[in-house]
Design a protein around this ligand. Sequence first.
Ligand code: GLU
Length: 281
Amino acid sequence: MACSTKLKRTRFAPSPTGPLHLGHAYAALVAQSRADPGQFLLRIEDIDRSRCRPAWEAAIYDDLAWLGLTWQTPVWRQSGRLGAYQSALNHLISLGLCYPCRCSRADIRAALSAPQEGGPDGPCYPGTCRARQMHDATPTDAIRLNMARALARIGAPLSFTETGTTHAGAHVASEEWLLTTCGDIIISRRDMGTSYHLAVVVDDAAQGITEVTRGEDLFAATHIHRLLQALLGLPAPLYHHHTLIRDETGRRLAKRDDARALARFRAEGATPQDVRRLVGL
Ligand code: GLU
């Protein structure tokens, strides 16, 4: 009997907005080990031009090479993929699922009757611009996804399989949560021409990623990603959300937290093996 095995392919997708820290080392090492014996890719997520710097990108290559990682080349940069994101956006627009929005964060706060945490992108949009049409969009507008319409287009449940330990198993993205907690998310930011959610699903599909490995802080966003994959006709990869490396007070590490920067450990004479031990690998 013929046996077809799909080559495993994972990625580590940092944004070059600061120094990599122990948490990034852990994420990259987990991604690489999940690919074994397949392919491990590095993707530079630099759509936020105001925060990304070439020097941080160069530091990513240095740090990862020092850790002993190797990756497929050429490395994709999201800043070189804007045409692909625009095509995906045009498809969503052609389905009648998008509208332009001119609201600032302050406008949204003012329109909400009570403060709320909301979904991965913050408070659920109150719908102020929902009746606006795409042909009235101006260059200073963001583009939002009309969540109720998007969900109405989806025939089948938005299921996905999680291989990480915290949420292991089969999941169905909750339509109720998408509608009432996430709401009409921004699908294209005014200063970027895309959003994290759109760029990540387009690229994971274009690169044939079989298992998306990333921190568990992005688990909730996966529900949005499954919706976008369904709308764009893209396959659903496996998902592996790993635990986050925290400091001794339990807070997750941040890029501004220089004390845990890999470059600092290197400068102080640590070895890659020391770093592996520090992150529990
Ligand atoms: N670029 C994101 C970050 O640096 C990771 C996104 C992802 O892995 O989906 O946090």
